[in-house]
Design a protein. Structure first.
Lengths: 540, 179
């Protein structure tokens, strides 16, 4: 038996390819530690530390570049199924690294955001991004959960670090308690799924029959997906989002509202696409209900709010509902390519648009209220046309109106949903998009058509720098270019999921009993072979 | 029905009853003491399920370490007894509580009913390294082979938690001191 473990260890120990492919994660983790240690040499820990920022920027740029360099590599699974090096993970690495870079720059360029640049907080932000990468590249529940927790723990602290602010404290506590509950729900679901399948790997879950006859599988999957819906802020698990988004600093809100959702959406894509080998009407129903609720609540509740961040929070709830169209299409047909393309397209487009919108808000909040009200934007078009124009582009994008990005994403989502027969959900999405257009437009009316009043904000000269314009201008250009040429990456991406090479050491019990011969247990045969090879291979 | 099944069911019922009692205690310390008892009961249930490692870990980690920290924090904060809030249950809260309770009952009975009816046979997609009674060896072997990546990443999770605890609890200069 000990030889068996040895043989398995030989298979597991990572090759050089692993270090190359996982370099974005490793770079971020090492960069985070370096950024933290550099803080030791500073006299005043409260001040922003630009050396740490430099280290973080270098490692993030390298992390974004590595997957592009390695983009031709064949899909391969490393460390069991813990790390899948395939097109989807490389794509997510690029988006997460660039998004984190954008967040850091946006924080560095605003007065209030610079609090975020204390070395320990830079370190936590990078840990959080590394956790997201671990999540999107994992092929089994345990590694996924570890990544999720690394991200969540870092974010709980990042939301709560402004402790003099009662609202931020309340938001941090709410986020922590509800997030911990969601984590517990996911864990319970994982345990039930494990009970049914006997493995945590998503690739082993071909036997998962999601019907009332298999109560553990059904409830387990149901609980896992509900926990993930919490992380995505899909209604009815959305109530934390407006409070937390409103109370944290806008740069951080942008990070939470985009990259976390992007990564969790990709994880749901992996679980639905890889594990549930056969179409499941139960899951379609679940996503139908979640999606419809989320789209309706996100689109209508945003109308009654006056705080711009709360509006964007409800907009993100509605957008999470749009993700459900792709999820439902995937649940209906797990091999659907159009659903995969729609999800990767829309998740990335949504990330660009919301990161940009929150960066503009962070800029406007400098020297003003932490929490902008709608009226305070009045007359912005004449005072700071650039900021108003940028925000308008992002809002048009979120509303899905053509030259800005967002239109193609929604188009692909509807296409994917309709081709799987989910016409009702697609109609709901279109109808409520019109409703949500009302609050996006009301913001634009405030900015462009209303004259400046006593309440409207002052644009401070300090933050209105060329660099800041460059940063936000980049996001505007990116979203316009995507809007014109369409999300090309979605169709270019290789959606082949990396799978583990069959293990000689432990073997996999045949998932299809018809192919197994009754006379000899295949597992024992493989094990014998493994023992032979283990004896032959020299120990290092 | 063997003695083990009887003991398991008794422990389960007792655990549920204790959990209900501890949620309604006014004094935090008595709730903590009930929680310790609950942890020990759970450990007993794990032991009866042949998960001896989980049973011992439950006692050492939860009933031991974590509960000691709980009690210390309570002593440091010197918490007053909680005010009972049952009088102020609003309609919305009541409806949501009922909905949650209903969902829990549906989930619980569905799983339980399915379990009883289908004479559930768990599939085992990955055969364990060591035969049945070897509990700890299997945990160790899996931890250092199949779940090596997760195991290494846990160290970063703990580091993030440590940094977070320091950030949250560190005394900060007030603005008056800055000036």
């Amino acid at each position: 038996m000990e030889q068996l473990v040895q043989a398995r260890l030989q298979e597991i120990l990572p090759s050089a390819g692993f270090y190359l492919q996982a370099s974005p994660i490793l770079l971020l983790l090492v960069g985070a530690l370096a950024a933290l240690l550099l803080g030791v040499f500073r006299a005043d820990p409260e001040k922003p530390n630009f050396t740490s920022l430099g280290v973080a920027v270098v490692s993030l740029v390298a992390a974004a570049a590595m997957p592009l360099v390695l983009r031709g590599a064949a899909p391969a699974a490393h460390l069991g199924s813990g790390f899948l090096a395939d097109g989807l993970s490389r794509f997510s690495f690029v988006v997460i690294a660039l998004g984190t870079l954008f967040t850091l720059f946006s924080a560095a360029l605003t007065e209030k955001g610079r609090q975020l640049l204390r070395p320990e907080l830079v370190c936590l932000l990078m840990f959080s991004s590394a956790g997201l990468m671990v999540m999107t590249s994992s092929g089994e529940f345990l590694t996924f959960f570890t990544g999720l927790e690394i991200t969540s723990v870092s974010l709980y602290v990042l939301v709560g670090y402004q402790r003099q602010d009662v609202k931020a404290l309340e938001a941090a506590l709410k986020y922590f308690l509800l997030g911990a509950t969601a984590a517990a729900i996911i864990l319970m679901g994982m345990a039930l799924v494990y009970l049914h399948v006997g493995s945590l790997r998503w690739s082993d879950m071909g036997t998962l029959r999601l019907s009332p006859d298999a109560p553990f599988a059904l409830m387990g999957m149901f609980l896992v997906l509900c926990g993930l819906a919490f992380k995505l802020a899909i209604a009815p698990f959305h109530s934390w989002a407006p409070d937390v988004y409103q109370a944290s600093h806008s740069t951080l809100t942008g990070y939470m509202a985009t990259l976390v959702k992007f990564s969790v959406a990709l994880v749901v894509l992996r679980i639905l696409g890889a594990s549930v080998a056969q179409a499941s009407s139960n899951l379609v129903l679940l996503f139908w209900v979640l999606g419809a609720l989320s789209i309706a609540i996100g689109s209508t509740f945003g109308l009654v709010h006056n705080s711009v961040k709360r509006m964007l929070a409800y907009s993100s709830v509605a957008n999470a509902g749009y993700f459900c169209l792709a999820f439902a299409a995937l649940a209906a047909n797990p091999s659907s390519v159009s659903a995969r393309e729609a999800l990767t397209a829309y998740a990335a487009v949504y990330t660009v648009l919301n990161l940009g919108a929150f960066a503009v808000l962070a800029w406007l909040e400098d020297g003003n209220n932490e929490d902008l009200l709608k009226e305070e934007l009045s007359g912005l078009g004449s005072k700071s046309p650039f900021a108003a124009l940028a925000l308008t582009v992002f809002l048009f994008g979120l509303a899905g109106i053509p030259p800005a990005a967002g239109f193609f994403g929604k188009f692909m989502l509807i296409n994917a949903a309709v081709s799987e027969g989910l016409t009702g959900l697609a109609i709901l999405m279109v109808l409520f998009s019109v409703v949500s257009l009302f609050y996006y437009l009301s913001l634009m009316v405030e900015m462009w058509l209303k004259p400046a009043s006593r309440n409207s904000i002052a644009v401070t000269a300090s933050s209105d720098s060329g660099l800041h314009r460059l940063l936000i201008g980049t996001a505007v250009v990116v979203s316009l270019v995507i809007g014109v040429v369409g999300p090309r990456w979605a169709s270019m991406l290789d959606y082949t999921v990396a799978t583990e090479a069959p293990s000689v050491a432990i073997g996999v019990r045949s998932l299809h009993p018809t192919t197994a011969t009754a006379s000899s247990d295949p597992v024992d045969a493989v094990k014998k072979k493994a023992l032979d090879t283990a004896a032959k291979t020299p120990r290092p | 029905m063997g003695i083990e099944t009887v003991a398991f069911i008794l422990m389960g019922l007792l655990a549920v009853a204790l959990a209900g009692t501890l949620a309604t205690r006014r004094f935090p310390v008595s709730a903590a003491m009930l929680l310790i008892t609950l942890m020990v009961l759970l450990a007993g249930m794990y032991g009866l399920l042949d998960a001896h490692f989980a049973a011992v870990a439950q006692i050492i980690v939860y009933a031991g370490a974590i509960m000691v920290v709980f009690v210390f924090v309570m002593m440091l904060l010197n918490l007053p007894p909680e005010e009972t809030r049952f009088g102020t249950l609003t309609l919305g809260e009541g409806v949501l509580t009922l909905a949650g309770l209903g969902a829990a009952v549906v989930l619980g009975t569905k799983v339980g009913h399915g379990f009883l009816r289908s004479a559930f046979q768990p599939t085992n997609a990955r055969a364990p390294f060591f035969p049945e009674p070897e509990n700890l060896k299997n945990v160790a072997a899996l931890m250092f082979t199949d779940y090596l990546w997760a195991f290494e990443l846990i160290s970063f999770l703990i580091l993030a938690a440590i940094i977070g605890a320091v950030v949250i609890s560190k005394k900060r200069k007030t603005h008056a001191e800055h000036a």
